[in-house]
Design a protein around this ligand. Structure first.
Ligand SMILES: C=CC1=C(C)c2cc3[nH]c(cc4nc(cc5[nH]c(cc1n2)c(C)c5CCC(=O)O)C(CCC(=O)O)=C4C)c(C)c3C=C
Ligand SMILES: [Fe+2]
Length: 452
């Protein structure tokens, strides 16, 4: 069994034990040694108000002069959930979607090179490890995340194409980092695209996520400057009656047909193999000296604005024709439930395909793209109202794959040519980042690139 599968199973065990105790957060293991039943027992002694206030409310109650028992503050497992920093792969790739996300790109400062980059990655990894374990950041903790647990915090680091020239490592740049091809529907803003370094922060608490982001920005010191930052969100764990696929801001279930860890080719699709596999591709990879990417993955990041004013004018029927799935439950228009395969050849009584030829789900399906697949792990964004008076909202589309030329690129090429959804979205920014494998104990992320 792969590390990914083990990780997922470990989290699933957590969920199951949580379910046994009657919670529905679906976010991971309960705090060690504290059963849900015991907490409920404690809470019932202080009344229903104690149940509702949770951690933040507990602090407020103390400030108001009421001294609640400390155990009341531990009613939820959302705060106590942790994700491992060390492992074969970096966290934040197969981790379940978190409620809050920050994507931030940095450029190395003028004059900063490999030495400074290596010291920076060492500092960043130390902070990420500590914060993900629920410890304060070394030296300069701001206290913003005080009272909260790690809340499934993940920090993921990547290198952009330009990083390699700036650090004298051009010879070790993977060809997979070659620029993405232009697409006819691109409206890309160069200032909000690319970057030498990229960080993805995710957490199930907004203050925990902000605290991590701020810590990492301060860690950058004089070595690197923020190039762009994007802030996103997803549904809060526990907001729905049962764990389910996330909805995006168009209201669709988004993520249904993602590759699953239980599928035999999951790791192969997502992660760079330790050694080049046999065959023609192996020769070119071997000559690249990219062994440092073993266990890593490539992240394609796109800020995709949704033209919500136009989208929301469509009838439900038309919206469903655009995607090829039912809006309420994500089932294919050919019937069944969310998990049912798309009936791509099914024809209706009118002789037409039930899932239209230009439906987004049809065009992006691996069956229609020579098996090309990626793991989509997005955040929604809403940055207010744009100068044109429409919502500046949409999807921070992040997808993961072992090779962008076998994942994002062929699918986006196809979508670019005839996706019914493209009339309602606009790609505004883009980045491609090499995300190295996870750091082993005592190692920092990227050490195998920077110190070999
Ligand atoms: C190039 C890759 C993709 C981009 C860009 C993209 C943008 C995008 N997608 C949605 C909404 C949905 N996408 C869905 C499925 C789906 N999308 C992609 C790829 C891209 N999407 C793939 C590979 C798939 C899976 C296709 C399949 O195998 O069936 C769906 C259906 C539900 C699901 O499977 O997730 C929705 C809904 C939006 C709103 C969007 C840009 C804003
Ligand atoms: Fe999609």
């Amino acid at each position: 069994m792969s590390d990914t599968q083990q990780n997922d199973l470990a989290r699933k065990d957590g969920k199951d034990s949580e379910a046994d105790h009657g919670t529905d957060h679906g976010t991971g293991a309960a705090p060690a040694g504290v059963s849900r039943r015991r907490l409920l027992g404690t809470a019932s002694a202080v009344g229903a108000a104690g149940l509702a206030v949770g951690a933040a409310g507990g602090a407020a109650a103390s400030a108001a002069g009421r001294h609640e028992p400390a155990s009341v503050t531990a009613l939820t497992t959302v705060g106590t959930d942790t994700v491992a920093f060390h492992g074969a792969h970096q966290p934040g790739i197969t981790t379940p979607l978190q409620a809050r996300g920050h994507l931030v790109a940095f450029d190395l400062a003028p004059g900063a090179g490999r030495k400074e980059a290596s010291a920076l990655l060492r500092r960043w990894s130390a902070s990420a490890r500590a914060l993900m374990a629920g410890e304060p950041a070394a030296g300069h903790d701001t206290g913003v995340a005080l009272d909260a647990g790690p809340s499934s915090l993940t920090v993921t680091f990547g290198f952009g194409r330009t990083f390699f020239d700036r650090t004298g490592l051009t010879g070790r740049r993977p060809s997979a980092l070659d620029p993405l091809p232009p697409f006819s529907s691109d409206h890309l803003d160069a200032r909000r695209s690319d970057g030498d370094l990229w960080i993805q922060v995710g957490a199930n608490d907004a203050l925990v996520a902000f605290h991590a982001l701020r810590t990492l920005q301060k860690d950058a010191g004089a070595a690197a400057r923020v190039r762009w930052q994007m802030n996103g969100f997803n549904r809060t764990p526990g907001a729905t009656a049962h764990p389910m696929t996330a909805r995006n801001l168009m209201g669709q279930l988004d993520g249904t047909a993602n590759p699953k860890p239980s599928e035999p080719d999951f790791d192969r699709r997502l992660f760079v193999p330790p050694t080049p596999t046999a065959g023609p591709a192996a020769d070119s990879t071997a000559s690249e000296d990219t062994a440092w990417m073993a266990g890593g993955s490539y992240a394609v990041v796109r800020r995709i604005r949704m033209l919500l004013d136009s989208w929301e004018q469509l009838s439900l029927h038309h919206q469903e024709q655009v995607i090829g799935r039912r809006k309420a439950d994500g089932a294919p228009l050919t019937g069944g439930t969310e998990g049912t395969a798309l009936g791509l050849d099914t024809v209706g009584p009118d002789g037409k395909l039930v899932i239209p030829g230009n439906a987004h789900a049809r065009i992006s399906a691996p069956e229609a793209n020579g098996g090309a697949a990626m793991l989509r792990r997005p955040f929604s964004f809403h940055d207010g109202i744009g100068p044109d008076g429409t919502p500046d909202a949409g999807l921070l589309f992040v997808c993961w794959q072992a090779d962008p030329l076998k994942g994002f690129v062929p699918v986006q090429r196809k979508l670019d040519r005839g996706d019914a959804l493209s009339a309602y979205i606009r790609h505004e920014a883009s980045g491609l980042f090499a995300v190295p494998g996870g750091a082993r104990e005592g190692e920092y992320v990227g050490q195998r690139l920077l110190e070999a």
